[in-house]
Design a protein around this ligand. Structure first.
Ligand code: ADP
Length: 247
């Protein structure tokens, strides 16, 4: 049974580390073309939720269905193959390769760095790379070595390396950390554009940025759902105000 209103269905998701419930009975429903932002104080379980969905951490219990497929029964690489992309906080691009080469080796046909580089640069691949490069504001930097990019450009490149695999769900952990204000504005523009083709889950602290990108906001606290809804709705919720003021 696949619910067309939900690309991702998370129910009663729980994980314990030595008896400590980092995620505790969480329900999360992500719609197609949604940009969901997860907020919450440090230690709330935000990163662990993404780790559970992408198969990096094994759940103790619950359900995670992606387009009807049970992700909790799949390995991390199978989950990527199923169409779930995950970006971690620190950019991990190949510093010695150019922007073009970084995108090229991330193209789904490349199974290894060398196999991908030996791969003939056919028109279809190059068109896709050019399109992604424009989306991530690096169309003029294709021949630049990644090592020479700014921190923000490296973050965009890594997003591009995920986009080239065309994931239907993209999960980003604090994508604008360390970015300038101008880069944050451009990243919001980038996310607003790519969400027309997929769903995105973002962990974020910068509330200005959250307001610019979120279709809905989920607030986590101590591994549990504290509040959910529009930015205005969760900001006005007394429970959320309490948690953020540290009462
Ligand atoms: P957030 O991303 O909201 O800051 P995390 O998901 O990183 O929170 O962590 C939630 C809680 O789970 C924290 O108390 C953290 O110390 C704990 N935790 C996360 N991963 C592990 C792990 N692999 N082993 C033990 N404790 C962990």
């Amino acid at each position: 049974y696949v619910n067309p209103q939900q690309i991702l269905t998370v129910e009663d998701l729980t994980v314990s580390f030595d008896g400590f419930r980092a995620v505790d009975g969480l329900n999360l429903y992500i719609a197609p073309n949604e940009c969901r932002v997860i907020i919450g104080p440090n230690g709330a379980g935000k990163t662990t939720v993404l780790d559970l969905i992408c198969g990096r951490t094994r759940a103790s219990g619950g359900t995670v269905l992606f387009k009807g497929r049970d992700l909790l029964k799949m390995r991390e690489d199978q989950i990527v193959h199923a169409g779930v992309g995950r970006k971690f906080q620190t950019p991990s691009v190949y510093e010695d390769l150019t922007v073009l080469e970084n995108l090229e080796i991330s193209y789904p046909r490349g199974h290894s760095v060398w196999g991908a580089l030996a791969f003939r640069r056919d028109g279809e691949v190059m068109d896709r790379i050019a399109e992604i490069a424009r989306t991530i504001f690096l169309a003029d930097a294709l021949d630049e070595k990644a090592a020479f990019l700014s921190h923000g450009q490296k973050q965009w490149l890594e997003i591009g390396m995920l986009l080239i695999q065309d994931p239907e769900l993209l999960m980003l952990d604090e994508p604008v950390a360390g970015m300038s204000v101008a880069e944050r504005v451009k990243t919001a523009e980038l996310l607003n554009r790519i969400v027309s083709d997929r769903s995105v889950i973002v962990i974020e602290h910068d509330m200005k940025f959250v307001a610019d990108i979120a279709t809905r906001v989920t607030v986590l606290h101590q591994g549990k759902l504290l509040a959910e809804g529009s930015m205005a709705h969760v900001q006005a919720d007394p429970k959320v105000i309490d948690v953020y003021l540290g009462h």
